[in-house]
Design a protein around this ligand. Sequence first.
Ligand code: ZN
Length: 260
Amino acid sequence: MAVTLSFDSDHETPALRDGETLPGKLAQGEYGARVGVPRILKLLERFNAPSSFFVPAVSALLHEGEVKSYVDAGHEVALHGWIHERNTQLPPEAERDLAFRAMETLENLAGTRPVGIRTPSWDFSPHTLEITRELGLKYDSSLMADDDCYEIVADGEPTGIVELPPEWIRDDLAYFTMDRFTSLRPYTPPRGVLTIWRDEFDAAYADGGIFQLTMHPHCIGHRSRIAVLTELLDHIASHQGVWFATHAQVVDHVLTEAEK
Ligand SMILES: [Zn+2]
């Protein structure tokens, strides 16, 4: 089975997208770059787990050297918008322009061309697929129609684009998000999330399928949550025949199998 860990390095970009420039919200995002990322990289090194980092271009530009630190540690860097834009609220030309600018920025910083995309907030517009094809990408990781990889079909025709499906069930933000001025509060304790994710892994292991996780450095990077991720990885690593891989590596494997 394959274990594909992913981290969306959003940092300050969702706040900046909304025009928020006051220190409070930005500092919460900045925690991801300053504390979360170094903790995560250390943990991944310990488990020898190549992972995928989906990085908004503005995030990559604000934190000089971060993309290179991912690449140098053997991880994948892939697209996650320009500034965590909401694709479904943009005219198609703007979505396309931001996607191409993001690609150029990440390619320059990473030294290799990204092969995958995860739309910010999994907000997949009617134009996203066409833009994904124009960019020459191999895969998307935003759509949720399966547990395992599948080929995206458009108007009844196969597109050649592989979907590596995420789910809100396997997303840290869905459990831990807090907003002071609304009623939004974390409602699941970290160890409750560990139980859900361990059950997801155990069932994927029994199926011989994919276990995919989506996390955010400013969220999972906190002490009580990194503790949970560490326990989960200990549990996973105690199993035989587990392949820790990047999304791109799993997609390449799927494409090779499909050719046979
Ligand atoms: Zn994101």
